[in-house]
Each structure stands twice: as C-alpha cells, then as structure tokens.
Design a binder for this molecule. Structure first.
Ligand SMILES: [Zn+2]
Length: 498
C-alpha cells in the first residue's frame, strides 16, 4: 500500500501539460517546429523568425484555448486548414513539416503514451499500441489523444508558423500579407463563436438552487456516510457487468436513473463539483490540468469541520490539486490489477486510524483500463466486476466493525466513458449519465427516481444527511426523493406556507 509521493504529485501535474489537449497544442506545435528546423538553431536569424512565427499564431492559440470544439464540432476544424491552403497556396512548402507533425503526434500518442507510459505506470502490455492506435483515431475527449481534434489544429498552426517564418527570414512580407493573416484569424474566431453559440446544445443546464433555497438542515440523519466512486464506470456497461453486490445494494436502496455529470466531464472537475456542489465556473477547476491550486468555493469537508465532524477523500494524486489536505492520495503508479485492491486496503486503514464521518473512496481501475484498453472490450467489464467484489469486501469489513449502523452508502461514477481511449470530457451520451444509488440508513428501499438530477446535488445531500451546513455554493437540490422520512420536502412545504 503506497501513498502518492511528492514527486508523483508534481509529475502528475507535469504530465497533464501533455495529457490535456489545451496545454498540449502550443507545447507540441512549438516542439515540432523547433525539431523540424533543428539544423538552423545556430543562426540568430532563426530564433528571431521563430519568435515572430510563434507570436503570429497567438490569436489562433487563444481561439483553441477558449473554444472546446467538443464531439462532432471538431470536424469543422478542417475548414480553416483547407481555407489556408487556398489563401496562401503553399501546401508544397509545408508537406515536410506536416509529415513531421503527424509522425510525432502518432509517436507521442500511440507509443509514448499508449505503450511506454501505460506500461510503466499501470503495467499494460508492451504491445498495447496494437489496440491503442484505433482508440486514438476514434477518441473524442478533451485530451491530447483526440487525433481528429489535434491534427487539424496542429496542421493549421504549423502552416501559419511556417508561412510567417518564411516572410521573416526572407523579409518578403508586405502589409497586405499581415492584413490577410489577421482577417483569416478573425474568420476562424467567428466560425468558432458561431459553432459554439448555435450548435453546442448538449451542455447541461445549470441548477438555480442555492443554500438559501435548500431545505433547512435539521441535525444529522446518518451517523456515517460512505461514498464509493467507481471512476469512469459507464452506465450501460455497468448494467452488462456481473456485479451482484452493487446491484443488490441498488435494489435495496434508491436509484437515480437520470443522474448527469458536469461539463467538462474530467475527473478532477467532476470530483470538485460533487464535493462542493458548485459548477466548474464557480469552483474554478475547469480541467484536470489545474492552473491555480484549490477550489474557490467551500467543500463538504469545510462544512463538516464547522460542526466538528470529519471527512476524508481517498483518491488519486490529482485530487490534491483541487481539495488539498482533505485528500489522501494513493499512488496512481501501480499495476492496474492491484490499484483498486490497494485502495480498499488503504481505505480500511484510514477508517481504522481516523474513523471519519464521511469517507469517500475513489476506485480508479475501471477508468484506467477504459483509457488504456477501451470501453467496449472485455477488459473493461472485468474491471467493473473486480470493483464489485472489492466494494463488497470493504462494506462487509465496515459491517463487522459495527460501522454500518445508522450509516448511509452512496455509490456512483464521476463520469462515464465514450469511444476511443475511454474518452471523457465532451459529454457524449456514454459519459453523461452515471450510475448513482443510495442505500442504508434513512434511504427508501426499492425506489427508482427518473427525474433528471446532477452530481452537484451530492454535496448538499451529504450535508443534509450529516447535519452540516451546506457548502456556500451548493446547487442541489437535496436528493430528498431517496430519504425515508422525506423530511426535506416537508420542511420545504412548511416554509412555503408561512
Ligand atoms: Zn474520472
């Protein structure tokens, strides 16, 4: 059982520069350009021209930073590539650079990431590239492994850089050339704005509740709450899996059949929303690459402290970036067949040592295998089934120690997974709806709630169950449909009549 080292916490942040699509694009394009022109590094004129080329594409980089081009919107990224070829008629001059870019892109994703990295980190086979190339081509999320998004971005940026580089080296550009370039980039911005304004219509609608409109908290319902998160467990694959323990727990409790995650559906973003109750624009964590450490709004852990209670989150090191000292980070550098078992062992140790009132456990194995081997293969189902047995063991262990008395259990995923490298982020239907059910003390039995809900309801619901104030930006609503005495609803009705 190993905790994440400081080196790993820093290394995880560094890896995210290359793993998240946003920071990857500028770093990769600049790197390709430099490598392609490596022979010229000795000339001072090279560096001046390189600087000019990089400065010239800043507006394009800004557009790619601001706009996501999620799911099928990425297809439109090819339009400016074709337009640039027509406007500047320079395809023959960039073929070598483009081939270098394409080659390095597939080397980075298929071999470096999909094979070396995964082998060293989680022990997948050295032959993983035989499957991983397919995943890269289909892949649809916001990471750098999204070839259909990253290739047109890379080609356009390299094209414009090489064009401006040529102008600067030869001193050949006139003012009309620059006007054309800026008009071109303005057109790309306009295209991006129109696409995201009129075609991006699957972003979840935000809830409007706030702590002031939620039912008043009236003391604790549950003595303990255990939240068991099977990271990246796609809803329909969970249904197909042989997971008798979790399915029995679900049948003995209340299931929310239309539970939606947040956008963008990245792990750190989702966890931040689940445990603050706030949306990404409010808590400030907008991707797995965290620029500014720590959420900006209160977490459920802050709420619990206010009433002298304790909560712990056991999960991957990235979560420290968001929720700091409330997180016990397990190392994510571990054979994938050991990760979840070690997490459960560590969870037991934390319960033994600290016995927190709220214990959150993140099992990462299912997500990892989705990312490294794909969601529509048996490896992924087997991982869900293994998680089922491990959670049965953990809950049985809690029961033996009498810790399930007056305790409530919540089981969910932070997001599902889409095609390709178990992609998630842009909310295709496979990522959007997550398994979510509650069981145990205070929870109605054998109920299915079909009303659409959002994972932002988790934090206020935990506060309500544990008798703690709502985190300051909780949305909600509290999931009162699951509560046996429906106290929340009565309280709300009481308020309305006075
Ligand atoms: Zn996740």
């Amino acid at each position: 059982m190993r905790r994440a080292s400081t080196f790993e916490i820093i290394a995880a942040r560094a890896w995210n520069v290359l793993n998240e699509g946003r920071p990857f694009t500028p770093v990769f394009v600049a790197g390709v350009f430099l490598l392609y022109h490596a022979g010229d590094w000795g000339q001072a004129a090279f560096w001046a021209a390189f600087g000019a080329a990089l400065a010239a594409v800043l507006p394009l980089l800004a557009i790619y930073y601001v706009y996501d081009f999620p799911l099928y919107l990425r297809n439109y990224l090819w339009l400016p590539v074709v337009a640039a070829l027509v406007v500047w008629d320079g395809a023959k001059d960039v073929i070598g650079l483009w081939l270098t870019g394409i080659g390095l892109y597939f080397f980075f994703t298929v071999f470096f990431w999909g094979t070396f990295y995964y082998h060293l980190r989680i022990g997948t086979t050295w032959l993983n590239f035989t499957r991983f190339w397919k995943l890269v081509l289909q892949h649809s999320d916001s990471t750098s492994g999204n070839a259909q998004e990253q290739l047109p971005k890379t080609l356009l940026l390299l094209f414009v850089m090489e064009t401006v580089y040529g102008w600067t080296r030869e001193g050949s550009s006139g003012s009309e050339d620059w006007v054309t370039l800026y008009l071109f980039m303005a057109a790309v911005w306009l295209m991006a704005w129109v696409l995201h304004r009129y075609l991006f219509d699957w972003k979840p609608k935000e809830r409007s509740e706030s702590p002031a409109t939620l039912p008043p908290v009236q003391g604790a319902i549950s003595r303990k709450v255990y939240v068991l998160v099977v990271d990246g467990m796609r809803k329909e694959r969970f249904e197909q899996a042989n997971a008798p323990f979790l399915k029995r727990l679900r049948s003995e409790g209340t299931e929310f059949t239309a539970m939606e995650t947040v956008y963008p559906a990245r792990t750190v973003v989702c966890f931040s929303s689940m445990f603050t109750g706030a949306y990404p624009r409010e808590h400030g964590i907008q991707s797995n690459f965290v620029y500014r450490l720590g959420v900006r709004t209160e977490t459920i852990f802050d709420s619990l402290r206010k009433v002298g209670k304790t909560g712990r989150l056991l999960g991957i090191a990235h979560l420290i970036d968001s929720m700091g000292d409330d997180v016990d980070a397990i190392t994510a550098v571990m054979r994938h067949d050991r990760a979840d078992a070690e997490t459960v062992e560590m969870a037991k140790r934390i319960v033994e040592e600290r016995n927190p009132d709220l214990m959150v456990v993140q099992l990462i194995g299912t997500d990892q295998i989705g990312h490294s081997r794909g969601v529509f293969y048996d490896d992924y189902l087997e991982k869900i089934e293994a998680a089922d047995r491990l959670l049965e063991d953990f809950v049985g262990w809690l029961e033996k120690r009498g810790l399930l008395e007056e305790a409530t259990i919540v089981v969910c995923a932070d997001h599902g997974q889409a095609i390709g490298i178990g992609g998630h982020g842009h909310l295709d239907e496979g990522e959007r709806w997550v398994p979510f059910f509650m069981a145990g003390h205070g929870i109605r039995q054998g109920i299915k709630v079909d009303t659409p809900h959002s994972l932002v309801s988790l934090a206020p619901t935990l506060a309500y169950l544990l008798g703690a104030p709502y985190p300051d930006h909780s949305r909600g609503p509290v999931l009162t449909e699951a509560l046996a005495d429906r106290r929340g609803e009565e309280a709300k009705e009481g308020l309305e009549t006075t």
